[in-house]
Design a protein around this ligand. Structure first.
Ligand SMILES: [Zn+2]
Length: 214
């Protein structure tokens, strides 16, 4: 799997930035197909001064173009942390964006730190179950292809995106146990985007695996 460079904004109001982002995305899609990469993660984008409605349509057009350019690689939209102007952070916003794109090929990547920052109660098993139910209810379950597993430095709903090593943030053991054992969320590949070094990341993976009950 690969991640589009962070310099782009798929929803940019600025024609130069938007053009550069679409070109970067086209090149990255081609590189992924050449290299045999399965999944390409792309952030949902930020509105800026144009307002969210226009940004949603711009982002949708960018994703539509990229999905049509892709041969084998599957594009995934990564939901944002509820930061100001974010095109899609919560499941109902993802549903809106995917409907606007109108292509079943486009998949979904969830980032636990982003969801927590956007207000989802991932520290609480009931909150994890509610998220899982909502994903199924909004027909997002078949779209879910990847989880970015990151703990969160800032409190739930802070709309601030700062990743922590697993167990050092505010999601907590009960939250992680519910997440890894959730029949939907725990069934797709996970990857870390935590700040720790390789040894710390090995320990984080061992901790997450130790919480699995199946
Ligand atoms: Zn992420």
């Amino acid at each position: 799997m690969a991640h589009l460079s962070y310099v782009g904004n798929v929803a940019s109001w600025d024609p130069t930035t938007l053009g550069r982002t679409r070109e970067l995305l086209r090149e990255t899609v081609h590189a992924c197909d050449t290299l045999g990469v399965d999944l390409l993660v792309v952030h949902a984008g930020a509105a800026g001064p144009q307002g969210r409605g226009a940004a949603l349509r711009t982002a949708a057009e960018t994703f539509r173009l990229a999905v049509h350019q892709a041969e084998e690689v599957r594009l995934l939209v990564e939901l944002m942390a509820g930061t100001s102007g974010a095109v899609a952070s919560l499941p109902h916003e993802a549903e809106e964006l995917l409907a606007e794109v109108g292509d079943d090929q486009l998949g979904l990547c969830l980032d636990t730190a982003h969801l927590f920052a956007a207000g989802v109660a991932l520290h609480d098993p009931a909150g994890v179950a509610a998220l899982s139910d909502e994903l199924r209810g909004r027909a997002l379950a078949p779209r879910l292809a990847l989880v970015h597993a990151n703990d969160s430095v800032f409190e739930r709903g802070a709309r601030r995106d700062r990743h922590a090593d697993i167990g050092d943030g505010l999601i907590g053991t009960d939250g992680w146990r519910a997440l890894v054992n959730d029949p939907l969320i725990g069934s797709v590949p996970w990857m870390l985007e935590t700040p720790g070094d390789v040894d710390r990341q090995r320990a984080d993976i061992a901790l997450l695996r130790s919480l699995r009950e199946r």
